[in-house]
Design a protein around this ligand. Structure first.
Ligand code: ATP
Length: 199
């Protein structure tokens, strides 16, 4: 799975529609302090489902929408898309290109899209977990995260390795399967009760 392209409009300092194309190999983004380099990683983390605005260096949702400048009016919406080359089908979808989009309005209303069709946040989370890009993955390592990893307890660090090794998705599935089993068992008890009443 390759990240081919990044598009942002109205997200933090991206007042104009901004597109970044990622070629093969390593991409390095350089620029003066405050020019918006970290806003790119914030934007990527946001599309990938980050729900905590503080992890995006903001206090409230509006902080991630372009707030205006001396020359420009504030915008009412922030939208970011990641375009993945899925020719290896790491994302379990029948498309060679997958576009994941997130949009938020000043009202706080959010929208999520997979290939331009509206979907739920959970659909995106499930899709990304399949590809090992889940929420706890080390896909994006922030400046403060490195300290956190070094100082974390062994159990916490293990979770990061489990995500990287692709074990987390099976843990999620196991949890879901156990929940279904539990539901089914409860249903069976109810059926037995009803049958006893009818007899
Ligand atoms: P450094 O090298 O210092 O880490 P950087 O290139 O990573 O800097 P960022 O932290 O990504 O820079 O960008 C910060 C800039 O984004 C600031 O100039 C700030 O004013 C701007 N910014 C953040 N949120 C908004 C917003 N909602 N509307 C407009 N501009 C914003």
């Amino acid at each position: 799975l390759l990240l081919r392209k990044f598009e942002a409009y109205g997200f933090k300092s991206f007042a104009d529609k901004t597109e970044l194309e990622f070629g093969p190999g390593i991409t390095v983004i350089v620029g003066p302090n405050g020019s918006g380099k970290s806003n790119i990683s914030d934007a990527i983390r946001w599309v990938l489902g980050e729900q905590n605005i503080r992890n995006l260096r903001g206090a409230k949702t509006e902080d991630i929408i372009f707030a205006g400048s001396t020359k420009r009016r504030p915008l009412g919406v922030a939208e970011v898309s990641l375009i993945f080359d899925n020719s290896d089908h790491a994302l379990p979808l029948d498309y060679n290109e997958v576009i994941i989009t997130r949009r938020v309005f000043r009202s706080g209303e959010s929208e999520y899209m997979i290939n331009k069709s509206l979907c739920r946040l959970k659909d995106i989370q499930d899709l990304l977990t399949e590809a090992g890009l889940g929420r706890e993955s080390m896909t994006i390592i922030g400046q403060n995260k490195i300290d956190e990893v070094l100082n974390s307890k062994p159990e916490e660090r293990r979770l990061l390795f489990e995500e990287a090794a692709g074990i987390t998705k099976y843990k999620h599935r196991k949890k879901e399967a156990l929940r279904k089993l539990d539901d089914t068992e409860q249903n069976l008890v109810r059926v037995a009760d009803i049958m006893a009443e009818l007899e």
